[in-house]
Design a protein around this ligand. Structure first.
Ligand code: FES
Length: 202
């Protein structure tokens, strides 16, 4: 038995197949376009999220710096520098209130362990004040302090702390203005340095 197919029916069949194929292709393109488009949107959203979180982080850091007030400890020798601080006080000289003064009998009493303990507790800077060279009541206590400060500054650098956070200066009993200016300058330097990396919300 011979099966014959008329040219007309073949042609219709081809057209239908071609039409289905076109419909299929169009749908596939639509699906691909939608997928690409949604992937791009997700990428854009992710990038926007990333930039937003980066901006938020920067804003938080800026706000922390603006509100940051450094805290410092001042070790002042009893015979010269503490008297200088007293003179600044009674003369009503203005200086930042970011410091707490610890009186020692001589700057030579300074111990590196004091500094390490202070930084561990969240202090931003330590200032040692003593009599001018030649004026120490214990002859060479201030020179001893100088040696110890040099060693301690190296130690701080090794620990990843800026050595400018530890400073040694000479202030006599008659230098109230010098004391006030040193406190202003030291506080400003600490403000520029920012909080210590050791500061853990203390
Ligand atoms: S007594 Fe002032 S530094 Fe020694």
């Amino acid at each position: 038995m011979i099966l014959s197919t008329s040219p007309t029916s073949v042609s219709h069949k081809e057209e239908r197949m071609s039409s289905r194929a076109e419909t299929h292709d169009t749908r596939s393109e639509g699906t691909i376009a939608a997928t690409v488009s949604s992937t791009r949107l997700r990428g854009v959203a992710r990038a926007a999220d990333y930039h937003r979180s980066e901006d938020e982080q920067n804003a938080t850091e800026v706000s922390a710096r603006v509100t940051y007030e450094p805290k410092a400890i001042v070790f002042a020798c009893n015979w010269c520098s503490y008297a200088g601080a007293d003179l600044a006080g009674v003369s009503r000289m203005q200086y930042p209130t970011n410091i707490r003064i610890v009186r020692t009998m001589c700057s030579g009493r300074f111990d590196p362990a004091f500094v390490l303990r202070a930084f561990e507790k969240g202090i931003d800077g330590v200032l040692i004040l003593g009599c001018h060279p030649g004026d120490c009541h214990y002859i060479e206590g201030n020179l001893e302090a100088e040696k110890k400060v040099t060693t301690t500054r190296r130690l701080l650098e090794a620990l990843g702390l800026d050595s400018r956070r530890l400073r040694l200066e000479w202030v006599s009993a008659s230098e109230g203005a010098r004391f006030a200016n040193l406190i202003k300058e030291f506080t400003e330097n600490l403000r520029n340095l920012g909080p210590t990396p050791l500061k853990g919300g203390k």
